[in-house]
Design a protein around this ligand. Sequence first.
Ligand code: ATP
Ligand code: MG
Length: 452
Amino acid sequence: MLIKKILKTSPTAEIMEVKGWVRTRRDAKDLSFIEINDGSCLKNLQVVAQGDMDNFESLVRKLTTGCAVRFTGRLAASPAKGQDVEFQAESVEVYGWAPAESYPLQKKRHSFEFLRDIPHLRPRTNSIGAVMRIRGQLVTAVNRFFEEEDFVQIHTPVISTSDCEGAGEMFIVTTPGAGEGEPPCAPYFFGRPAGLTVSGQLEAEAYAMALGRVYTFGPTFRAENSHTSRHLAEFWMVEPEMAFCDLREDIDLAEKFLKFLIADVLDNCHEDLELFTKFVDKGLRHRLEAVTGRAFTRTTYSEAVEILENSGKKFEYPISWGSDLQAEHERFLSEEIFGGPTVVTDYPASIKPFYMRLNDEGKTVAAMDVLFPSIGEIIGGSQREDRYEVLEKRMAAQNIDPAAYQWYLDLRRYGSAPHAGFGLGFERLLQFVTGMTNIRDVIAFPRTAGRA
Ligand code: ATP
Ligand code: MG
């Protein structure tokens, strides 16, 4: 039985078995206490091994942190504080030892920096284990939300021939001999340049224009050479796309979605959240409840810039109309000015991609970013340009070769309709939910510039 279940079971005379990894062993004169954990929950099960049991000296007294073990025995009421039950061992089997001289994880707390050097072992720590259980919970919550909202999940390609944000951020996909040999494999394996996807949006649009409401949830790659605590070279993005939808409805969905996800974690991850509240961020629970409990503030880019200009605050990057908001501005707005999640809309067309719908005054686009306290941008979205001629002009203005985007223009040529969508950075959400300050600590095997 999993420890998660055992801890909720009443003491019983039945013989049962438990398997897990030793966290600590403490010895008394004629008995040992072994804390074991199997990953099913944060809490350990305390196993009590009496000196007269078989293999007590040869096995039990040699157990160290990290050993994989199996005990059989009985569940009894525990006299100790902080636990209802303990496991009284009758037999022990050791699956695998973990020599203390070399095993890097010992009983003390390790820094997250240290743990990043042993990404294959760090899931055995309380903190990374808790992050990953919450991550798993959120994956199912994402899918549940879209099921309830009648969306169809689409798997958009990982290898992509369209670059949605600008060639600079794309990883090129090729083969060692791609420059030689005969076509179609030369000079490009796919007959044309290809790269790892920076967003599934354009492809999702094609499916939204047929199935109405779709979403993608997959790995996304950006060759960002920025060593920030909020950028990875490989991250996961959730991207819904809706036909017959304008910017306001898009924002409504984003707000409902974020509230749903955070409420789900608050409801289902008590124990793991408590760990982060205790060791990472005292105000965590309060911050999460604040998101679910109030409407997101909505403001335009122009209003936001005016507020920032008049704030009297010195920013590292000066701000004026026409320049993009930096993380420091985004955080200042959501933390100091609006005191909670904030949606900024209608950015200058010049700083946003060609596919965002041009507003009537011709200077701004129907874009929206959701800004969260301590994170900055967590969602970026927009209503898409659905008018063929306007889209063509925007592409020309941004030096985008229309030949490469004929299929995308076709979506406007045939049966075009208003549509909108957004992208949620899944790891940024996890950072917010756990309070973890570095994005490298909320993904299993982080990939960043210079490091994989
Ligand atoms: P930023 O300005 O923070 O780099 P962006 O404007 O490039 O973000 P979008 O292209 O709008 O971001 O992508 C949608 C979402 O994906 C963002 O709101 C963010 O949550 C997430 N995201 C973007 N880049 C990264 C990255 N390198 N690592 C992790 N998450 C990212
Ligand atoms: Mg970026």
